[in-house]
Design a protein around this ligand. Sequence first.
Ligand code: PPS
Ligand code: ADP
Length: 384
Amino acid sequence: MFGQIVFSVSVKDILLIGRDCNLAGQSDSGKRTLKYISPEERVFNRKSTFRRCRRQICVPENWNNNLLFLSKRNLILYPCSAHGGMRLPPLEADCLLDPFGTKAVLVHKLKPTKSHWELLQLLTMSESRSSRCRIRSVGMENSVSASVEQQADLDCLSTADVTSHASLPGINPNPLRDVGKSTNIVWQECMVKKEVREKHLRQKGCVVWITGLSGSGKSTLACTLDHALLRRGRLSYVLDGDNLRHGLNKNLGFSAEDRTENIRRVGEVAKLFADAGLICIASFISPYRKDRDACRKLLPKGDFIEVYLKVPLELCELRDPKGLYKLARAGKIKCFTGIDDPYEEPKNCEIVIEPIDGLLASPEEIAARVISFMEEKGYLQISK
Ligand SMILES: Nc1ncnc2c1ncn2[C@@H]1O[C@H](COP(=O)(O)OS(=O)(=O)O)[C@@H](OP(=O)(O)O)[C@H]1O
Ligand SMILES: Nc1ncnc2c1ncn2[C@@H]1O[C@H](COP(=O)(O)OP(=O)(O)O)[C@@H](O)[C@H]1O
């Protein structure tokens, strides 16, 4: 699978990167800049260096600089001496234009090398950092420049990391869609993928979903697990029912509809955290099976690890750390889970924790059990 990169260009534009593009940090100030120079300017500055004919440019044989050549059908990138004096093979790409001729999707014919990609990444970064300056130069400023110090962060990425798909923010080849009440929206792809973040973090993004009655120990387990993972050098984040109801979900109560909406939102947020490469620990009563299952379906198979704290109602009520059961029994809290509101047990969850001979494992022991499950499934180690 060869990569794609999307540029905002006009059909008639031809782009050149010349000698003054200090791609390899040639400037003495130590600041690396990249300049785009319009063909007109080139022609003007270097009379007879280039001849423009029918959207093509003729370059003298002894031209020893990076050259980006874009025509209606093709993009050819000729990087050269700026990369440590090394000549790279030309990178060719088919150029698919949108109906307005303002966006071009470049599908590479050859697998780009890392250096090609670095060069293309520089272009995309410059584009995103100077949003008013499209890469096209005709009719706009003659040149734009951008610091590319951020490039260092990308150096750790291998070619394989970035070749699968790359596109510019704000420019998107994907179709317009209607999703729910949102009409005419487009899915925006980013160059840095989940797998890249996971490699960076040396873990696999996933969701550990802790469900159970109020007082069953969800928050305690979530925090204990979070801490235990941190001690192992892993990055997690806890989403807790009480906490999210202080902000994102403060407009929701405890009716069946509101609980469903609560869990739907949390499921979506958890999915984002997992996509960020984190281990998202979600601790919610989440009393309805269909709501938990809907969250599971949002994630790739295996990435949703459901942990059921099967603690008997009597024990939860005995603990009653917030005095809520007491209030519920007194009728002062309505629709309290386990009292006058249902809790639907999971049928096929990954881990069930329940007392054995009346004894429940400690939070640390339960956390260790979750961790060994995650280890077994390969969520805690990924080689760089
Ligand atoms: N009626 C009723 N039923 C259940 N719980 C109640 C209720 N009213 C308030 N609380 C407090 O809200 C916490 C549960 O929030 P959740 O977001 O996890 O609930 S749910 O998943 O939407 O059912 C829950 O926290 P935990 O005790 O940690 O479970 C309670 O502190
Ligand atoms: N594994 C455990 N063994 C004994 N007590 C526990 C355990 N887990 C939690 N607890 C205690 O149970 C009470 C409820 O725990 P909490 O984490 O607040 O439950 P939840 O978030 O499900 O409402 C707390 O007082 C806590 O200290």
